[in-house]
Design a protein around this ligand. Structure first.
Ligand SMILES: C[S@@+](CC[C@H](N)C(=O)[O-])C[C@H]1O[C@@H](n2cnc3c(N)ncnc32)[C@H](O)[C@@H]1O
Length: 199
């Protein structure tokens, strides 16, 4: 099963998971605490999925483009019918446009992106000067977070490696902070980080 099919199949029930809703809510709160969002901003949420993060971020900005490789997930986001949210069915690394964005947010998606150099190059290209990224995902873990690791290219991310990667791609003010933990029965807590940086 490829990752598109995998998410297409979970789209219908995605929002019924308390853990996913809690994750997105905590990530949203961490983003607004760390980044000053404004009503004139044009944003991207990559791996937007059904919009658990997008729908809240969009309340603070002019527009948000939800980019995702799963048409099923995006169909759920479209169903919300939010005026300032548009969707684009594409791999974020392949998004070609002349538009420059004020910010890029993302929740629990980067571990599905194989080539991080390509991702950071693309994010840099998509941002205006002074634009920001605010990306939340798993801290390094032992591969037990997901029941099925199909399409999982990274078992979380190490702080030093991620900071180095962002700096290598020209980002400044790079900050990696543990924002909360996810507890699963019988397992050590999984840390969730927020990476913020400026172009
Ligand atoms: C774990 S889900 C997270 C969805 C949503 N952000 C949330 O917090 O509920 C990861 C999402 O990223 C999408 N995805 C994976 N790789 C992607 C890529 N390279 N570009 C865009 N979307 C991608 C998947 O289709 C899926 O919808």
């Amino acid at each position: 099963m490829n990752k598109e099919n995998r998410f297409d199949k979970s789209a219908e029930t995605w929002d019924t998971s308390d853990t996913r809703v809690m994750l997105a809510q905590n990530i949203y709160e961490a983003i607004v605490k760390n980044i000053e969002l404004r009503q004139d901003m044009e944003m991207i949420d990559f791996g937007a999925g059904t919009g658990l993060l997008s729908r809240n971020i969009a309340l603070h900005v002019k527009s948000l483009l939800g980019v995702d490789t799963s048409s099923g997930m995006l169909a759920k986001l479209d169903e919300l019918g939010r005026e300032n949210i548009n969707t684009l069915h594409i791999d974020i690394c392949a998004y070609e446009t002349q538009i420059k964005y004020d910010g890029i947010v993302s929740s629990m998606t980067m571990h599905h992106v194989q080539n991080l150099d390509l991702l950071f190059t693309k994010m840099n290209e998509l941002l205006k000067e002074g634009g920001f990224v605010a990306i939340a995902d798993l801290m390094s873990e032992d591969g037990t977070f997901h029941n099925d690791n199909d399409g999982v290219h990274h078992f979380g991310f190490d702080e030093d490696e991620l900071i180095e990667l962002a700096q290598k791609h020209g980002f400044s003010d790079v900050k990696y902070q543990r924002i909360f933990d996810v507890n699963k029965e019988g397992k050590e807590p999984y840390g969730i980080f927020l990476l913020t940086a400026k172009k």
